[in-house]
Design a protein around this ligand. Structure first.
Ligand SMILES: *Cc1c(COP(=O)(O)O)cnc(C)c1O
Length: 429
């Protein structure tokens, strides 16, 4: 908050498409989709219309003993669109809660089978799974762990396949395969006490848009089956086309035991999340009441009708506009727009999976020596963006684009030019 003494908060008056407008009439391209939630632009006419209709029909009803048409339709469509194994949906209202649901359900599954030793989880270094205590315990971003560590669950951390650390000349594929041995060892050692492995498929977003190869997902799926440990895919950030496929798991040709989705689920309109799971897991909870095997978790706004309607309108757009295919052209254009940074002395790497592109600023390109974090080079890029009509919000020294899919080439050009200028200013010696 103290930063704002120098840098006032930007108050937004209205928004349309990729553009945000403040009270002084300044406009900003929302290059980060308002923290990765927006897919098809602000005030999208199609989502707006769907919501207006829903608003005059049913705004909300509790989802215990009651249900409604919108949530049923959404569940059916999500099951049809997600990998095979996923047959059942559980709703919450944010990504962290979707992760909590997956953790509790995985634990409870083994508990229902009488395997009471299984109570720990494996997660990757540099991962992020949300802010509530269970989800935070799965995360591995140092600042969070240093602060809230004493409150956290005892999670097993395995080295991330983050390809930033591959050897010179080594491919991401080969690095991801090589690093998998660490996961194999952890599973061998801890499978008896482990409920699940949780990962962010392909991109560790909050961890600085660090990326890895889909082969890791394939190997992980195979190993989780072999060791009888669940696989939780946290696609809260990467789901709904960000990595180039509708779900990132598709690129590893895998079905997780739990899939957590949120953020883009409603196109960036309303807080709604879901945890999808298999019929097999569902059925261990399905029993006579007096056997007390039921899953215990509820949120007041579970399955909110407005959220579900926004999600349906979002899925309609994916279907009718051939979004995944068209994004391939857009992501190639976005990559080409930052070509001149390839040999920049302070850019260690430009990396991309689909509609997520990241540029990592470093003190020395050859040694990859990082800047002292206290120098806040990313903040310089942010400020330059604000002065020049682009909302960029670097994570540390990583400048990235996660734009709404409706961004056009002119807007990509502007976004890229301002990012490049910002990087030049922030890294000038
Ligand atoms: C944002 C995020 C979450 C948490 O979602 P919230 O809606 O902010 O609670 C969980 N997992 C991942 C991978 C995320 O990026």
């Amino acid at each position: 908050m103290k930063d704002h003494e120098q840098l006032p908060v930007t108050a937004i008056k209205s928004a349309r498409g990729v553009w945000l407008e403040d009270f002084d009439g300044n406009r900003y391209i929302d290059a980060i989709s308002s923290w990765w939630v927006n897919l098809f632009g602000h005030c999208n006419p199609r989502i707006n219309d769907a919501l207006k209709q829903q608003l005059d029909t049913l705004e909300h009803v509790m989802l215990a003993g009651f249900t409604h048409e919108t949530v049923i339709e959404l569940s059916e469509r999500l099951i049809a669109l997600t990998p095979d194994r996923l047959q059942r949906c559980f709703y919450a209202d944010n990504g962290s809660s979707a992760v909590e649901v997956a953790l509790k359900m995985s634990f409870h599954y083994w508990h229902n089978l009488g395997l009471h030793n299984k109570k720990r989880f494996i997660s990757l270094s540099n991962s992020y799974h949300g802010e509530t205590l269970g989800a935070l315990s799965m995360g591995n971003v140092k600042l969070y762990n240093d602060t809230y560590g004493p409150l956290m669950l005892d999670t097993i951390t395995v080295k991330s396949p983050d390809c930033y650390y591959r050897e010179a000349g080594e491919s991401c594929h080969d690095y991801s395969v090589r690093i998998f041995s660490e996961m194999e060892n952890a599973l061998q050692q801890h499978a008896d006490e482990c409920c699940a492995v949780i990962v962010e498929p392909l991109i560790q977003c909050a961890g600085g848009m660090r990326m890895y190869d889909p082969i890791y997902l394939s190997m992980l799926r195979e190993a989780c089956d072999r060791y009888d440990v669940h696989l939780i895919a946290d696609e809260v950030a990467v789901g709904f086309g960000r990595t180039g496929s509708l779900f990132a798991c598709e690129q590893g040709s895998i079905s997780p035991d739990f899939l957590c989705i949120g953020k883009g689920l409603t196109g960036g309109y309303l807080p709604l999340s879901a945890t999808l799971t298999s019929e097999k897991i569902y059925s261990t909870f399905y029993d006579d009441y007096t056997n007390l095997t039921g899953f215990m978790h509820s949120h007041s706004y579970t399955g909110n009708a407005l959220g579900c309607r926004a999600a349906l309108a979002t899925l309609d757009i994916f279907e009718s506009d051939n979004v995944i295919e068209n994004n391939k052209i857009k992501s190639a254009y976005m990559r080409q727009a930052v070509t001149e940074l390839e040999d920049h002395p302070h850019i260690a790497e430009i990396r991309q999976h689909g509609m997520v592109l990241a540029m990592e600023m470093v003190k020395d390109r050859t040694t990859r020596e990082a800047y002292d974090w206290k120098q806040r080079h990313g903040l310089e890029v942010y400020k330059h963006g604000l002065k020049n009509n682009v909302l960029l919000r670097p994570i540390g020294d990583v400048v990235y684009f996660v734009p709404p899919y409706i961004i056009n080439n002119d807007e990509i050009d502007l976004m890229a030019r301002i990012a490049i200028e910002g990087i030049n200013i922030a890294t000038a010696d």
